[in-house]
Write a protein that binds this ligand. Sequence first.
Ligand code: 8NA
Ligand code: MG
Ligand code: MG
Ligand code: MG
Length: 296
Amino acid sequence: AVEGLAGKFRGSMAGALMGDCLGAPFEGESRASRSVLNSYFRRLADPALKVPYKLYTDDTAMTRCVAQSLIDEKGYCATDMAKKFVKEYYNEPKRGYGSNVTDVFAALRATKFQDVYAPAGIQFGGRGSYGNGAAMRIAPVALFCYDAPDKEVVHIAKDSSLLTHANRLGYNGAVLQKLEKLLELMEQGDSVTPSQVEDTLGVYISAHMSVPTAIYSFIRALNPVTNIESDNAFLRTIHYAISLGGDTDTIASMAGSIAGAYYGFSEIPESFHRHCEALSDAIEQADQLFKMRKPK
Ligand code: 8NA
Ligand code: MG
Ligand code: MG
Ligand code: MG
């Protein structure tokens, strides 16, 4: 088994994928009941269960592009990343993309990538998208910048987001406000209900109503959670994130990437590996990003 830092890189990429695959069946629906989710996770843990793997969605499709672009270009290249997003989208358009981001892909293609940041800038009457579609694909940037100076991670995170999501100031401010609320919820421990999380942090497709929720899910699942049977802490994170309802695949993917990095790949139960599409690709990309670490 790969342990240590390499295992954390694998865990982060695998966690992002698994949150997406496992959360996708519940996306956008009303919150799944505790018994439905407990039996879902119990069934998947059974090595005898033979079912087709769960397909990844736009979250992973875009995460794979971000990772592959950083690997191929040995750094951030806006044009290459934008081209990869567009190629991926037109190859497999039915991965469940947000309803407006596809206009960006169309405009990038129509303008032959002349100004790769322009199409995102004109979304929503020039305000830009505040959807969580940039945050949901960010894990490879954190891995690529692991040993790099902080300013590099901020630069790549920001600029790679701007390829599709221009409304950054708006949601950054909101995220900071939400972090205070997150701390308040943390102080209330295991008594916080899913409705309280929904009302306080949000479970929606906007970045500011999902990124703090994903961080909260990771923190909350460090300890056992009432009504969540999964006793493996990595799975508990994904299980808990899904239990909040709303944008389940994306919140579970963001929480899963944090949990996977924290616990490491070896903590992800093997019985779950075969339930997620293309896990071996996520591991391969993690290994390549690990090898490319840039010293400070
Ligand atoms: P996006 O840029 O199309 O944004 C998603 C949605 O957010 C838009 O369609 C709008 O409804 C809304 N929105 C964003 N910015 C603004 C704004 N400035 N003013 C008004 N409304 C705005 O796509 P994205 O890549 O950010 O979307 C990511 C999400 O879509 C992820 O959850 C992903 O899994 C996917 N998705 C979500 C659902 C769901 O029901 N939760 C369903 C299918 C797909
Ligand atoms: Mg999705
Ligand atoms: Mg280059
Ligand atoms: Mg989603």
